[in-house]
Design a protein. Structure first.
Length: 151
């Protein structure tokens, strides 16, 4: 199955074309570091607006790099959470619109599960079930130290 995957859970806009759940034909990712740097962290509203500006081009680029078209795609996968709600809305709305317009199935993916199952991508010897995974995720800072005022 050829799937177009869309990821917009935080501030990076990412799109990939994947065959049979393991063969990555293309992967396009943009980052917004320059837009958020002056604020010392990610600003959710800026992230959402940048996804809106970048997502269509990232989809076109991923399809071009994979040598595929919307007609070849058999399904649309999209991160449904967890993440920044505004960023997720941009990705999910885009994926829903594509799935509806192309009459393709839509798959909502848990962002954290995606981290775990990335171990199966482009891998000749993937993990065998059952397996144990340790997942540490998030860019949060310790509130005790990050809110301290200089002395």
């Amino acid at each position: 199955m050829l799937v177009l995957g869309i990821e917009t859970s935080c501030d990076d806009t990412a799109v990939a074309v994947v065959r049979d759940g393991r063969d990555v034909l293309s992967s396009v990712a943009t980052n917004q570091d320059a837009f958020h740097a002056k604020y010392g962290g990610i600003v959710p509203e800026i992230a959402s607006r940048q996804h809106t500006a970048l997502l269509s081009a990232a989809i076109e680029d991923a399809l071009d790099r994979s040598g595929t078209t919307f007609d070849d795609v058999e399904g649309i996968a999209v991160t449904r959470g967890p993440g920044l709600i505004g960023s997720l809305v941009v990705g999910v709305a885009t994926a829903k619109a594509l799935a509806f317009a192309l009459e393709k199935p839509l798959f909502g993916i848990n962002h954290l599960h995606g981290h775990i199952f990335a171990a199966f991508l482009d891998c000749d010897d993937p993990p065998e079930y059952p397996f144990l995974a340790l997942l540490v995720s998030g860019g949060t800072r310790n509130s005790c130290t990050s809110s301290r005022q200089p002395r």
